[in-house]
Design a protein around this ligand. Structure first.
Ligand SMILES: Cc1cc2nc3c(=O)[nH]c(=O)nc-3n(C[C@H](O)[C@H](O)[C@H](O)COP(=O)(O)OP(=O)(O)OC[C@H]3O[C@@H](n4cnc5c(N)ncnc54)[C@H](O)[C@@H]3O)c2cc1C
Length: 293
């Protein structure tokens, strides 16, 4: 049976009130994303420890209420209507320790804080370890999955297991963890020498519209050519829908120039796909995570 908003919200607030963490009813999601877009979640929960996260998932499942894990919100687009369920933010789960040459970080640990410790390729990528692992975040200088030793994952039956790199099924800006929608609790990461962070950042600053809200690259690069190149050659730089605009600086970024709505972004995404298909016969796949539930 589908749970309605009033009942679902009340049941969540009652059901989670004894867990260590903070509960926020009807909270707009826009400020929790780098796109600055998204309507309210029925409830936003910020667990204070990993046990509270796993328990919140179990209780939402028992209530039949949809849930979603939110890291830094730098690769998601929530609907203008918001999220009809529980959004679990990992913002307070941000401890990190060194164990036998590895960095063991909780899901909410910021990627930015790894940069100087053997993860220079992450320089300038917003977001968290959890989001970075499931998205296999990276650049042409490296990708996070290659430096994962193991990941602690919450399975649908409530069991917490440790998966090695192979089981995580990393691929280009994706993973088996992402495809299965499994919460990542902690990750053990192996530091590696890379290019100086300043070099990585200089490349980013020269090519990306970092002064405007966005969610980074919207499309995965297809085998034929970089998505940004295809979009540029299809004449779409600067194309607008409402306050959403294909960045004139980097055509694979859609930026929010003011009060863009999710519907504006999705209309623009569709237009870009159709134009690129017409011009090059390539159907672009999304890298941006569009939250549909
Ligand atoms: C300006 C800008 C530049 C960017 N540049 C790059 C780049 O160069 N390379 C790159 O790869 N990405 C880039 N990104 C995209 C983004 O920063 C990465 O994908 C990042 O890893 C997302 O992490 P997050 O914590 O913000 O995830 P979120 O956006 O919060 O979530 C993304 C997805 O991961 C899931 N998720 C989050 N945390 C967990 C968890 N603990 N367990 C399970 N699922 C989880 C969410 O449910 C969602 O499906 C950029 C974004 C911006 C805004």
């Amino acid at each position: 049976m589908e749970v309605g908003k009033g009942n679902g919200q009340r049941a969540l607030l009652r059901g989670l009130e004894d867990l260590p963490g903070t509960l926020h009813p009807s909270v707009p999601l826009a400020p929790h994303t780098t796109f600055r877009i998204g309507g309210p979640a029925w409830v936003l929960f910020q667990p204070h420890d990993l046990g509270a996260l796993t328990e919140a998932v179990a209780r939402a499942d028992a209530l039949g209420v949809p849930w979603r894990i939110l890291g830094g919100g730098s690769n998601v687009l929530f609907s203008d209507r918001g999220f009809p369920g529980l959004v679990i933010s990992t913002g307070r789960l941000a401890s990190c320790s060194r164990e036998e040459g590895l960095l063991v970080a909780e899901a909410g640990f910021p990627l930015a804080r790894l940069v100087g410790s053997g993860f220079s390729f992450l320089a300038g990528i917003p977001g968290t370890v959890g989001g970075g692992v499931v998205m296999n975040a990276g650049t042409r200088f490296g990708q996070l999955g290659d430096q994962v030793e193991w990941v602690e994952v919450l399975l649908p039956d409530g069991e917490v297991v440790r998966w090695g790199r192979q089981e995580c099924g990393f691929s280009y800006r994706d993973s088996r963890l992402h495809r299965l929608g499994l919460p990542v609790l902690r990750a053990a990461l192996r530091p590696k020498t890379g290019p100086p962070p300043a070099e990585v950042l200089a490349h980013r600053r020269a090519t990306q519209p970092l002064d405007q809200p966005s969610a980074g690259c919207v499309f995965r690069n297809p085998p034929q050519a970089p998505a940004g190149w295809l979009i540029d050659r299809a004449g779409l730089k600067g194309a607008r829908q409402g306050d959403a605009m294909v960045s004139p600086r980097h055509a694979n970024f859609i930026v929010n120039t003011g009060r863009a709505r999710a519907s504006d972004v999705l209309t623009l995404v569709d237009r870009v796909r159709q134009q690129v298909l017409k011009r090059f016969g390539v159907w672009l796949q999304l890298e941006l995570d569009v939250v549909t539930t």
